[in-house]
Ligand binder design. Structure first.
Ligand code: CP3
Length: 370
């Protein structure tokens, strides 16, 4: 091969178009060759491959069996053609080593059998058994090994570990399940300040250990889900939730990875959530992306923000919504394409695949990244 053809062939075939992972680069607001894309709850009940596994295993069995959790994670990422794989697990897994029993009741979501309502119950929560969660790290190791070879375009698929945030996890512990008004949670928050503080401190202790296990196992990024923070007035968020959440974000960042901090219905909270120092803020679909990014601040990356229900729209409408999100981001460094919240059951898989493809095509930068 002549030198010129070697250079040409390396330019065409093997030269990495990004350094490492475009997903991780976007989290750090570095230039990318195109916008990375993945989907919240990309492995879930809308996907026949997942339902085939669910026929033989409960949700918790899948989470606790590293081979199966890894398989579900890998299958979803490969089927969709996305740039990141989120480990298959659940927000509530740390409850077990803390001493709280729960189960998933079909059609109702999670149920905690003895909700935490008293000081004594908070004091009894254990923070010394996080090792019991190592099955999640084992699954991450398997996913990381599978995705270790760079892909055909030279990119390294990103691996996302995750955990809940103190408010959202405390709300499941206290309410005993999903909630509309968070009455019991807010009663403790407003009325029993030192108990609330003890509970959130205990959660931070467990979550930092748990995140460290995931990072050691190969997670490139940790996403912290504060799904229900939008239930809070901004002053209450600042007073009761920001301090422990900021501590969690910063201690997880100290593990050496970027942190994505995600919530729903957070337009009024974004400028305060940004004070956690998270590298990336999740945006839901209710806030226009450009406006959400303004509130998140120019030094923060953003992830979002297509309405997950737009995946049920006719193809031309869906395409226009994808383009609108990309147009609003305008190829600025630090945008990760995603939904505003998770994919819901019944979503047509082919539409999810089409969105990933459109993002790849529409966001390709004409010039090489700097
Ligand atoms: O692909 C992925 O996104 C990874 C898997 C994942 C699950 N749960 C598996 C799951 C992730 C990231 C989670 C996080 C999680 N768990 C959150 C935060 C995400 C969000 O939506 O804001 C929350 C709030 C939970 C708690 C939880 N788990 C609820 C409220 C429910 C019931 C909701 C429902 O849709 O029924 C679950 C169950 C659950 N966790 C399912 C999956 C795929 C669906 C149930 C099943 O398979 O039986």
């Amino acid at each position: 091969m002549t030198q010129t053809s070697a250079i040409l062939s390396s330019a065409v075939h093997s030269e990495p178009v990004t350094d490492g992972s475009r997903f991780v680069r976007a989290c750090l607001r570095q230039p990318v060759d195109r916008t990375p894309v993945w989907f919240l709850r990309q492995a879930g009940r809308y996907m026949p491959e997942y339902m085939a596994v669910r026929k033989h295993h409960t949700l918790l069995e899948i989470c606790r069996t590293p081979d199966v959790a890894a398989e579900v994670t890998i299958t979803a990422a490969e089927r969709l053609g996305v740039d990141a794989a989120i480990i298959f697990a659940d927000l509530l897994l740390p409850f077990t080593p803390m001493g709280l029993d729960f189960e998933f009741v079909n059609g109702e979501g999670p149920v905690v059998h003895q909700p935490v309502r008293t000081r004594e119950q908070i004091e009894a929560l254990r923070t010394d058994r996080t090792d019991d969660l190592r099955y999640v790290a084992r699954a991450i190791e398997k996913v990381a090994k599978h995705f270790a070879p760079p892909r055909a375009d030279g990119d390294q698929l990103g691996i996302i570990g995750f955990c809940g945030a103190p408010f959202t996890l405390a709300s499941y512990m206290i309410e005993g399940g999903s909630s509309r008004n968070y009455i019991e949670t807010k009663k403790i928050m407003y009325g029993h300040r030192s108990s609330w503080q003890l509970l959130t401190e205990k959660l931070v202790t467990v979550l930092v250990d748990y995140a460290a296990q995931q990072v050691e196992a190969g997670a490139d990024v940790i996403q912290i889900f504060d799904s229900w923070a939008g239930a809070l007035a901004v002053n209450d968020y600042r007073e009761y939730v920001l301090p422990s959440t900021k501590e969690l974000v910063q201690r997880v960042q100290a593990l050496g990875i970027p942190v994505i901090y995600f919530g729903v219905d957070t337009a009024s909270l974004l400028s305060t959530m940004r004070e956690t120092g998270a590298d990336v803020l999740g945006l839901d679909w209710r806030v226009p992306l450009a406006e959400g990014w303004r509130l998140a601040g120019e030094y923060t990356a953003v992830q979002g923000n297509l309405d997950p229900i737009a995946l049920f729209a006719p193809k031309d409408v869906l395409h226009s919504r994808v383009k609108a999100v990309l147009d609003a981001a305008a190829n600025r460094n630090g945008h990760i394409f995603n939904l505003g919240h998770g994919i819901v059951p019944g979503t047509p898989v082919e539409n999810v695949i089409a969105v990933a493809k459109w993002v790849r095509e529409l966001s390709a930068r004409s010039e090489k990244p700097l």
